[in-house]
Design a protein around this ligand. Sequence first.
Ligand SMILES: Nc1ncnc2c1ncn2[C@@H]1O[C@H](COP(=O)(O)OP(=O)(O)OP(=O)(O)O)[C@@H](O)[C@H]1O
Length: 298
Amino acid sequence: MIQLSGLTKRYGEKVAVDDLSFTVRPGLVTGFLGPNGAGKSTTLRMILGLDLPTSGTATILGRPHRELPHPLRTIGSLLDAQAVHPGRTAYKHLLYLAQTNGIPAARVDEVLGLVGLAEAAGEQAGGFSLGMGQRLGLAAALLGDPPVLLLDEPVNGLDPEGVLWIRTLMRGLAAEGRTVLLSSHLMSEMALTADRLVVVGKGRLIAEGEIGDFTGAGASVVVRTPEAASFAGRLELSGACVQVHGDELLVTGMGAPDVGRLAAAESVTLFELTTRHASLEEAFMELTRDAVEYGAAR
Ligand SMILES: Nc1ncnc2c1ncn2[C@@H]1O[C@H](COP(=O)(O)OP(=O)(O)OP(=O)(O)O)[C@@H](O)[C@H]1O
């Protein structure tokens, strides 16, 4: 469990994180989503004790990071996968981390296997591809077998196979009961990976909830009927918003069951009755419309 309460970070006049409060629960993948400059990295750095909040608190299992007796065994993180000494082998890099955190050396081989780097254990990290670097970063995050994981843009720059691998790994870790917080500006990726979303813009909380809450909110119903014009009028009388395109109606403000019931009551023939969910991308754009720092002119 990660808990943020009134978390705020100012850099001079700039408010990077503004009174942010939310809880990240165990057993789920929580997506931390926001446009560039929204304050995601600053928030993650404060959770990890790498930046001090101007005010407010961030706790992991009830304690601020600096008070954790065994940080790596409590929270594993991946912020910048390139932050590895280039001349050190993958094995040595992990061994050093293990030794300085009271983790048995045998765990190094375990995590190297877990992330698919067993073969490359003796290679210098400086020669790693982006994907291998991400795998090594994840191995470090998993080293202490922590109940909480926090990853900043873990799929950035990965090929489709790497993306699928990370997605499966994240879902598996959450299924084991761990708390997984994943930042991203890729809403399409979040739709496939996360159970819950926390959306921020300009440092502030914009929305949080289950993935379905986001796509469900923008749902519309497509109706095809030979009696389009008259049925549209009837729907509007019942409070729905209707756009007519030939024999097709796009209905908002009324769910498919109610549209179907009304059609039955009025003996209207329907050729199609389909709920169309807004994509997460559409929902995200709508939510963050006013919070994009440097968006294209509209
Ligand atoms: N050390 C700093 N000094 C001054 N301003 C900073 C500093 N770090 C971050 N900021 C500003 O705070 C805001 C939030 O930045 P942050 O990197 O946390 O956003 P982000 O959501 O992670 O963005 P991105 O997706 O682009 O990484 C930005 O406007 C950024 O310019």
